[in-house]
Design a binder for this molecule. Sequence first.
Ligand SMILES: [Zn+2]
Length: 253
Amino acid sequence: MIFDTHAHYDDSQFDTDREELLASMPEHGIGTIVNASAAVDSWQRVLELTEKYPFMYGMIGVHPDEVGMLDEEKFAEMEELLKRDKIAAVGEIGLDYYWDNESHDVQKLWFIRQLELARKIGLPVNIHSREAAADTMDILKQYGQGMKAIIHCYSYSKEMAEEYVRMGYLIGIGGVVTFKNARKLKEVVQAIPMTHIVLETDCPYLAPEPNRGKRNSSVNLHDVAAAIAELKGISTEEVIRVTEENARRFYGL
Ligand SMILES: [Zn+2]
């Protein structure tokens, strides 16, 4: 069954039908969902989701746009929450120079602190990186060696993806791969081995074709798997099977 490695079902866009939608996941062939944390105020909602749905796991972390909210007290709380049973990773963490909500120094500081915390606790990480390719690679080379990481919503070059694969990291592929103008990402998918690809929605964002622009959900991952299958010359079922295996191994589930 499909494994969604990165979703945001705590987002208010799901407030109208969250229960109904999540209850329908198994009948749509969605086997497992890992819900990321974006901000400190999402932590509690993420924990509640993981407690309510047997097939949901969570990440605790702070997105680079939101790290201004972090301080030592919150960071200590984060460490405690990361020890909960159904928390499977630290995330999402990284650098975002597109929105540039926080200074680069502040973003780097908390990215490194959260990486070090993940290593200390022994959890994998989910990396968010937007228009910050070189700094992200530098920090991961220095602080992320030997760790388990998914580069979520991968948006950089084929060469850099191959470098991440050599570092043992996985590449998260979502709705963008179905877009007509996503030539670069299609090349990435063709260049890297299936053993290093996982499926993700980043829902409610980034719905694949033919639902581009609408609210996304894990159900649409069938379309992402089909796009990868076409690029790889294998069946959609094979893509779903291998990416599920990869994700289970990664999260230790
Ligand atoms: Zn996300």
